[in-house]
Each structure stands twice: as structure tokens, then as C-alpha cells.
Design a protein. Structure first.
Length: 213
């Protein structure tokens, strides 16, 4: 498999050993852990894992009561040589964290089809704004910058098989803004019930809609 955005990502990884280490996985840690914990998933694929340095962070609380034991998370990233061997078989869950915006537009459907070949349960996040990184060919690292509704159309063939979060602003580490399709996790719902003031307005509104049916 070879195409421009993938080849440029390979070059970027080689030139920048401390970048693209999988830090976005840490940002979504609580969302992912909530999904894994509730469904007792054990066999997980991190598709587009980068250097996967945050896997230990994600699963550092396996002693939580009721947590699934013996979780196996497999890193895969065709742009990073140590994890470029394509896995085989099916997985309980596939994580695809801030990957699709790095794929050039004419390859988006092909890559999505590949992702969904591995599982019927996908947790996918997509950034909808330019990256801070510029690739060696002078292009922005986010090859495909589209609004959430565009991505939802691309994901339509897989309705019912995924949870999607769209980052619509570049403020990392702040409350996730997902105007189109925000899925509150258990901790957010708990905070809502006790009227926790740390929830922002959009979180309160969407969690209230969920609770009220």
C-alpha cells in the first residue's frame, strides 16, 4: 500500500522521532476505558497508532473492579516501520484516534473500509482543522480537512458499528467539542447527576438529552 499522504507520513516519522507518539490516545483515555470496561473488550487494535507510547497509560488501571483481564492491544501504523506489519483476524474493538484527517481525500473510503474489516466496533476520532505540523513536501499534515457532516457521510455505510468524536477546534487538552455527535461517558453522566460545575454548557445539554431520552 502506497500513496502520497502515507509516504509523507513515513518520512515524517523518520525525521521526527519524538513526534506522533500516540499522545491523542491519552486525551481520549477515559472515553476508551469506559467503552472497554462496559463491554469487557479484551482484543483491541490501535489503527494508526503512531509510536504507541501511550498504551501503558491507557491500561494502567486494570485493577479496577469489574475490569476485563488480559487485555491485548495491538499497535498498527503503516507509516511507522516497527508497527507497519498489517495484523490479521478480527478484534473486539478498533481504536482509530486522529488518523483519518492525515489520509488524502481520494483514499479516505479505502482506508475506512480497511478499518471496518477488523471489527464491528470502532471508536474513531477525527480532527476538523489544520495541523501544526508541515510535512516535508510542504503540505499540512492534515491532508483532509472537512466538517463533521462530510465525515458522517463517509461513515454512513458503517452506521451502528462506530462511535465518532469530531474535534472541531484545535484546543487540545480542553473539553472535547463535538457539535455533531458527542457521546457522554459514564463519568460525565455521573457529574451531570450531581450537577458538577466542571461540565461545560455543551456537555450539560447533550448529557441531559441522553438522560431524558
Amino acid at each position: 500500500m502506497s500513496y502520497e499522504s502515507l509516504e509523507e507520513a513515513r518520512k515524517y516519522h523518520k525525521q521526527n522521532p519524538t513526534h506522533w507518539i500516540g499522545e491523542s490516545l491519552g486525551e481520549y483515555k477515559h472515553h476508551i476505558w469506559d467503552i472497554v470496561h462496559r463491554n469487557k473488550y479484551k482484543h483491541i487494535l490501535d489503527y494508526g497508532s503512531g509510536k504507541a507510547e501511550f498504551h501503558k497509560l491507557l491500561f494502567n488501571n486494570l485493577k479496577t473492579p469489574g475490569a476485563p483481564l488480559n487485555i491485548n492491544i495491538v499497535p498498527y501504523d503503516p507509516a511507522y516501520e516497527p508497527f507497519s506489519t498489517k495484523p490479521t483476524g478480527r478484534f473486539d474493538l478498533v481504536l482509530c484516534i486522529d488518523v483519518m484527517e492525515h489520509v488524502q481525500e481520494d483514499k479516505v473510503e479505502e482506508v475506512l473500509a480497511d478499518i471496518f474489516n477488523f471489527s464491528d466496533n470502532i471508536f474513531i476520532t477525527i480532527s476538523c482543522y489544520p495541523a501544526t505540523q508541515i510535512l516535508l513536501n510542504g503540505k499540512n499534515a492534515h491532508y483532509t480537512i472537512k466538517e463533521p457532516h462530510w465525515w458522517k457521510e463517509k461513515l454512513k455505510p458503517y452506521d451502528g458499528k462506530y462511535i465518532a468524536i469530531f474535534q472541531t477546534r484545535p484546543a487540545r487538552g480542553e473539553p472535547i467539542i463535538n457539535k455533531e455527535e458527542w457521546n457522554p461517558n459514564a463519568e460525565t453522566l455521573r457529574k451531570l447527576k450531581i450537577n458538577d460545575k466542571s461540565l461545560d454548557r455543551s456537555q450539560q445539554e447533550r448529557a441531559e438529552k441522553l438522560l431524558n431520552g
